[in-house]
Design a binder for this molecule. Structure first.
Ligand code: BES
Ligand code: ZN
Ligand code: ZN
Length: 507
């Protein structure tokens, strides 16, 4: 994909479609006023006040995501003009730009455009210009994402689709915002890379294949990559990961990716840990058939951290980051682990198994112990961990559990720039009671109430003194419905937040 700034008179821009973002503001209680930034003003006057007239008639209200197409019929060099609403100015943020950019680009991809020009950012919106440009690029590339590799016919019928995105510069200075463009491209490509991993069917994306893809990505970007196999896990005492894996014919892997932005320094790398269950049947505590196919997405945490490493490797911040991914299937069978078993995790603590479907905490326990043993802090884990978080927050927000206020604020701030929402959840010690075992150090599950919290309390046993955050993305990793801004399926959630968190920490 070719993405670049151009500085040209708006009437001279040759493209299949010119996309312009427009906003509105309230004046007093009753009335509203259309807000047109630089390029939109020019388009409006070249079209004899068309945009203003459509707004005045109530045909177009400039609400976020609202879209109309007009054909200038030769008054501009662009074949069509797509006017996209950015919503009320007071509420507008970088995510409004990202969302609008995605909707318009996706629509154009589906309606035959190849070369498009975007005019969505503006100093007049009072949003940081770098972040706006980045969001404009991210939105377009995220919106254009499709996963059609297993379909024999491309249902879009649009050949190569969109191959070129021109960003309209409002003045000569803006053509200097190349870094923002590069960041937008890297963050969107990283998100789409993670989406591919999650969308792949579980017969293709086995633990070995996940390891292969992580390793190929590492090679491409010059990251260190180490893949531990079963015997190395045994040496390290990873009883959680090995216990979950013992029912599967596919061998488990423990993927380690290291990015060294400060090669001379050995200590204090950030750890990103991702749950990598490539298919979760529930094991002996088998899940019901309905909806089970969605459990191919139970490695979305792994995809998020591998995707974040993609962005980090591409953008090269001055900081060290290590990604840890315990990956296996969770299958039933004659060799599977059972309810009643007791497993010993790498840090020595024992867990009494109650329900083999609560496998995520077991594999994460080993990965968190590994992070602590290697002196990594802060540790951020990402996991499709519990049905409880889906009940609590639905698909709008991911749950965030954190033992450190500064870390929690930094993640929330990174999420805001990335356009991803996290809701702080409790870790109060009263929740510990539910996971006390009579015969082991910890009981694996805490019953149906507050199950997302008791799961997090189990993880807490394995983080030692590290600063730690746990992101439960069970409700946000996948969308089952068609959205105008996004392909059905994997969302790639948390990739951009993690990458942004790392980029900011390096500053
Ligand atoms: N992978 C699931 C959690 C999940 C549920 C992810 C829905 C995405 C959508 C996890 O391994 C699981 O099965 N958790 C159980 C634990 C329970 C048996 C204690 C849950 O939360 O229901
Ligand atoms: Zn499970
Ligand atoms: Zn699971």
């Amino acid at each position: 994909m070719d993405v670049r700034f151009i500085e040209q008179r708006v009437e001279d821009i040759q493209c299949d479609a010119l996309v312009i973002g427009v906003s509105y503001k309230k004046i007093g209680q009753q009335s509203k006023e259309l807000l047109l930034a630089e390029k939109a003003k020019e388009v409006n006057s070249l079209l004899s006040g068309l945009l203003q007239t459509m707004y005045d008639d109530g045909e177009f209200k400039a609400e976020l995501g609202e879209m109309i197409t007009v054909y200038p019929m030769g008054k501009l060099a662009a074949r069509r003009i797509v006017v996209i609403g950015l919503g009320m100015q007071e509420k507008m943020n970088t995510h409004s730009i990202r969302r609008a950019s995605a909707i318009a680009s996706r629509h154009l991809q589906q309606t035959g455009a190849h070369q498009i020009a975007l005019a969505l950012h503006s100093e007049e919106w009072n949003i940081d210009l770098n972040n706006s440009v980045r969001a404009e690029v991210e939105g377009a590339l995220l919106g254009l994402y499709t996963f059609k590799k297993y379909k024999q016919t491309n249902t879009n019928g649009n050949g190569e689709g969109i191959t070129r995105i021109n960003l309209l510069a409002n003045n000569a200075n803006e053509t200097m915002l190349g870094l923002a463009v590069d960041q937008g491209i890297a963050l969107a490509e990283a998100t789409n890379f993670a989406r591919d991993l999650v969308n792949e069917p579980p017969n293709v994306l086995t633990p070995s294949e996940l390891a292969n893809r992580a390793s190929a990505m590492a090679k491409q970007f010059g990251l260190e990559c180490q893949i531990l196999d079963r015997s190395e896990m045994q040496e390290l005492g990873m009883g959680g990961l090995l216990g979950v894996a013992q029912g599967s014919a596919e061998p488990p892997k423990f993927i380690i990716l290291r990015y060294r932005g400060v090669p001379q320094s050995e200590n204090q790398a950030i750890a990103l840990v991702g749950k990598g269950i490539t298919f979760d049947t529930g094991g002996i505590s088998l899940k019901p058939a309905e909806g089970m196919y969605q459990m191919k997405g139970d490695m979305a945490g792994a995809a998020a951290v591998i995707g974040a490493m993609y962005a980090i490797a591409a953008l090269k911040p001055v900081i060290n980051v290590t990604a840890l991914v315990p990956t296996t299937e969770n299958m039933p069978g004659g060799t599977a682990y059972r309810p009643g078993d007791i497993l010993r995790i790498m840090n020595g603590k024992t867990i009494e198994i109650v329900n083999t479907d609560a496998e995520g905490r077991l594999v994460l326990a080993d990965a968190l112990s590994y992070a602590v043993k290697n002196g990594l802090s802060p540790i951020i884990d990402v996991a499709t961990l519990t049905g409880g978080i889906v009940v609590a927050l639905g698909s709008v927000m991911s749950g965030m559990f954190c033992n450190d206020e500064e870390l929690s604020n930094a993640i929330l701030a990174a999420g805001q720039i990335a356009g991803e929402k996290f809701w702080p959840m409790p870790l109060d010690d009263e929740y510990k009671e539910a996971i006390q075992s009579e015969i082991a150090d910890i009981k694996q599950t805490g019953g149906k109430y507050a199950s997302a919290v008791t799961a997090a309390k189990i993880l807490e046993h394995f983080v030692g003194d590290a600063q730690w955050a746990h992101l439960d993305i069970a409700g946000t990793d996948f969308i089952d419905t068609k959205k105008p801004y996004q392909e059905h399926g994997a969302t790639g959630v948390a990739v951009r937040t993690l990458a942004e968190f790392v980029l900011r920490r390096a500053e």
